[in-house]
Design a protein around this ligand. Sequence first.
Ligand SMILES: NC(=O)c1ccc[n+]([C@@H]2O[C@H](COP(=O)([O-])OP(=O)(O)OC[C@H]3O[C@@H](n4cnc5c(N)ncnc54)[C@H](O)[C@@H]3O)[C@@H](O)[C@H]2O)c1
Length: 201
Amino acid sequence: MRNCIFVTGGAGFIGGNFVLDWLADANADEVVNVDKLTYAGNLKTLASLDGDSRHVFSETDICDRAALNRLLTTYNPRAVVHFAAESHVDRSISGPAEFIQTNIVGTFTLLEAVRAYWGGLDDAARAAFRFLHVSTDEVFGSLGPNDRQFSESTAYAPNSPYSASKAASDHLVRAYHHTYGLPVLTTNCSNNYGLITSPRS
Ligand SMILES: NC(=O)c1ccc[n+]([C@@H]2O[C@H](COP(=O)([O-])OP(=O)(O)OC[C@H]3O[C@@H](n4cnc5c(N)ncnc54)[C@H](O)[C@@H]3O)[C@@H](O)[C@H]2O)c1
């Protein structure tokens, strides 16, 4: 594989759209798609990539450190785009344990694997590397109709097990930058909506 990026959760709603959109560019880096295929993952949305050698799918849990180590050293990504999560607020209320496991322990496990891999890169590759953590605006709590919009400096105020687990993952990602120098980016988008559509279908 030539230059590649890792995408976690690339069989989910946003991750699947990201992979299709990314690979619609013929010159894009190849994608290693790391997804556990929970109830939320659906490979049919990526069917247009069947037979496309630029897309490698690995059914892997981000809590599986040994599997992550193997994938990282096999494919040598220049970046990780981290979508994988338990993502539905209502499910976090009826069953929070999976959210703690994937969103906190999984993100921690991924950060540890990436830190070890990144530490072994040469100076130029280490400087160019990025870990993009996809989080949510829900870490900032709720907005009333007359409230001011959230900003990066809004205090964290998660209100559900989902948002609390995402807030914890944000803090871990921040800490890995400040403690170890890992080059990270965190996004806190609000709700995404739409269909998964393949540009080639
Ligand atoms: N959908 C939204 O409106 C929204 C808004 C803000 C932020 N986000 C964030 O964006 C990201 C993607 O959201 P989505 O709506 O596409 O989620 P989704 O639930 O549709 O997809 C999540 C994907 O992650 C995979 N996954 C779950 N646990 C895993 C594990 N332990 N190891 C590997 N893969 C695992 C699932 O199989 C699935 O393919 C999430 O981190 C979410 O918190 C989503």
